[in-house]
Design a protein around this ligand. Structure first.
Ligand code: RIB
Length: 296
């Protein structure tokens, strides 16, 4: 059965520069390549879930500018329902200036129209949320819109996965409304207002909701009750890690009905495939590609 996913989140144009290494402050480097590709955590998660076979609706905002037109057309082509993507007058579309060096990235996001996503936009999507299997939300949109998403999901009994990136401290009452939070170790510490050096098992046990913790090349840890379980990562050649977390979250949402261990395994595999190409959305796998990879 087709899974129905609603994503509430950001839409950006990614301006990606490839460089031999990251420049020091004040230093100018010669880069080796430049591409303009669609991104934004919300849009990335929507595209990844759609490629994995889900019916996806996105709640978000774009400017009425050229980037907005391109991003809108790209999402439409991926089959994402854009009825709740608002085109804001007098706003630019969000951008992310990304430098990629040695498979790692540095990102500066300018939210622009994404800062105009409101609780009213979330409430307006009530019907589509009510019919969803899972809602995904990240933190590149205003806090009140994130809170509205958690409250709406909670009220309607629809599980919400909160991907706390980029992390900010959140009230524990909000976290308690999430079905899962999906941070890395640093994000979990920030989210809980804890010391980032604290052992991640301890951090996980302190969270007021189940945690799926991503550890990059060390895979993921997940805990519903009792002791956390571990899923190893899949070995691939990393070209660009941008969008790996988004692919992970999307796959987790799409395969959640298969049980958490299987969903985390598929999420790690999908994220591994995503990092083999430049650009957030370029490497995101389709269902068949993921199956073939898992069946190797
Ligand atoms: O998670 C990757 C995304 O973060 C990029 O596509 C960029 O737009 C930033 O939002």
């Amino acid at each position: 059965m087709t899974r129905r996913i609603v994503v509430v989140g950001s839409i950006n144009m990614d301006l990606v520069t490839q460089a031999p290494r990251f420049p020091q402050p004040g230093e100018t480097l010669l880069g080796t390549g430049f591409v303009t590709v669609p991104g934004g955590k919300g849009a990335n998660q929507a595209v990844a879930a759609a490629r994995l076979g889900a019916a996806v609706a996105l709640v978000g905002a774009l400017g009425r500018d050229a980037f907005g037109d391109q991003l809108h057309a790209g999402l439409r082509q991926e089959g994402v329902d854009l009825a709740h993507v608002h085109r804001l007058a007098d706003e630019a579309s969000g951008t992310a200036s990304i430098t990629v060096a040695g498979g790692e990235n540095q990102i500066v996001v300018v939210p622009a129209a994404n800062a105009g996503v409101t609780p009213a936009h979330v409430e307006a999507a009530r019907e589509v949320v009510a019919h969803a299997d899972v809602v995904l939300v990240q933190m590149e949109i205003p806090l009140d819109a994130i809170e509205a998403t958690l409250r709406l999901g909670h009220r309607l009994g629809v599980p919400v996965i909160l991907n706390p990136a980029p992390a900010r401290p959140l009230p524990s009452g909000w976290l308690a409304m999430a079905r899962y939070v999906t941070p890395n170790q640093h994000e979990l510490a920030v989210l809980l207002g804890a010391d980032p050096a604290e052992d991640f098992h301890a951090l996980m046990s302190r969270a007021p909701c189940p945690v799926v913790l991503t550890r990059g090349s060390e895979g993921a840890w997940y805990r519903e009750q009792g002791e956390p379980a571990h899923q190893s990562s899949f070995e691939v050649e990393v070209v660009d890690s941008t969008g790996a977390g988004d692919t992970f979250n999307a796959a987790l949402a799409v395969f959640l009905h298969e049980g958490l261990p299987q969903a985390v395994r598929k999420a790690c595999a999908a994220a591994a495939l995503a990092v083999t190409r430049l650009g957030a959305q370029q490497g995101m796998p389709r269902g068949q590609e993921l199956d073939a990879f898992l069946g190797r």
